[in-house]
Design a protein around this ligand. Structure first.
Ligand code: GLU
Length: 296
């Protein structure tokens, strides 16, 4: 028998919900309901310098005003450090993760010396300097050794077959940061497994992280979830709408209008006649099932 469907919405509380994050929330909720599954919310408050006090609570209230209520009490990553430490310890014990003493300048210098300065989304591709030891320096961050598999292939329910050579394109990525904070990649993988998440539905801007997360799931011996990356809402400048580029907080006094806008981004047909968000959502579930070819 297939495992019971468990989905989640996992916002970082760096500000209130905006039109882009509501699309991801709605898609993950609809997908869970269309599969008669459960829907969880996890507040990803690990990157504490970027978190805004109270934003997690605001997001939960905004979701509730749109009729999106989690089936279990929300989890907070800031309370789950012990689980992340256990995962890191197990990777280190098996030689799959290692301490790194490099500063950004060290990495830039090593890349320049190799004649191959490489960057990806503004991040330097780590050249593996500390894989064979710290060279007398002290540990700053902890990284995953990505050398073993060549390419990681995965299937996205909307984007189709995907492939990334993590070692070449990203390098040994950080699991625990030099400032002592847990990296998103480790926290998200540990939590999805600990919460029994079978299906990850989130914005397409996160698709690029998936190969890294699959490498970590394999290294930790965790089950692999299915993935669906949803279309992004673009701002006036054509870039993805995000809290960083000043997306407006949602005015949840008009939840039906917000749900209709989000549904249009997801390609759902218009025309649901409803008086309350709950009624609108109930009618949207079968439309989602048809669009995603989910048999019910
Ligand atoms: N916390 C991440 C964000 O808000 C999303 C994590 C995920 O859905 O995997 O960008």
């Amino acid at each position: 028998m297939e495992a019971e469907y468990r989905g989640r919405f996992a916002p970082s509380p760096t500000g209130p919900l905006h039109a882009g994050s509501l699309v991801a929330a709605l898609a993950s909720w609809l997908d869970a309901r269309a599969h008669q599954g459960r829907w969880l919310v996890r507040i990803e408050d690990v990157d504490t310098p970027r978190c805004v006090p109270g934003a997690g609570q605001t997001i939960l209230e905004q979701l509730a005003q749109c009729g999106l209520l989690p089936d279990e009490p929300p989890a907070y990553q800031s309370q789950r450090g012990a689980l992340y430490q256990q995962a890191l310890d197990s990777l280190v014990a098996r030689g799959l993760a290692y301490p790194c003493g490099c500063t950004r300048q060290d990495i830039a210098r090593a890349l320049a010396a190799s004649g191959q300065p490489r960057e990806r989304h503004g991040e330097l591709v780590y050249p593996g300097t500390c894989r064979d030891g710290l060279h007398g320096r002290s540990a700053r961050a902890w990284r995953l050794d990505t050398r073993a598999p060549a390419s990681t292939n995965w299937q996205d329910r909307r984007l189709g077959p995907q492939s990334q050579d993590v070692a070449r394109e990203v390098g040994d990525f950080v699991l625990k940061r030099a400032d002592g904070l847990w990296a998103y990649q480790l926290a998200v993988v540990v939590d999805d497994a600990a919460q029994g998440i079978t299906d990850i539905v989130r914005g397409e801007d996160l698709a690029d992280n998936t190969a890294r997360q699959i490498l970590l799931q394999r290294a930790l011996g965790l089950p692999l979830p299915r993935y669906l990356h949803t279309p992004l809402v673009l701002g006036e400048n054509g870039e993805k709408l995000s809290k960083q580029n000043g997306a407006q907080a949602l005015d949840t006094s008009q939840p039906l209008a917000l749900l209709r806008q989000a549904a249009a981004v997801l390609g759902l047909p218009p025309g649901i006649d409803a008086d309350t968000p709950q009624d609108w959502l109930r009618q949207a579930v079968p439309l989602w099932a048809v669009r995603l070819k989910i048999s019910r």
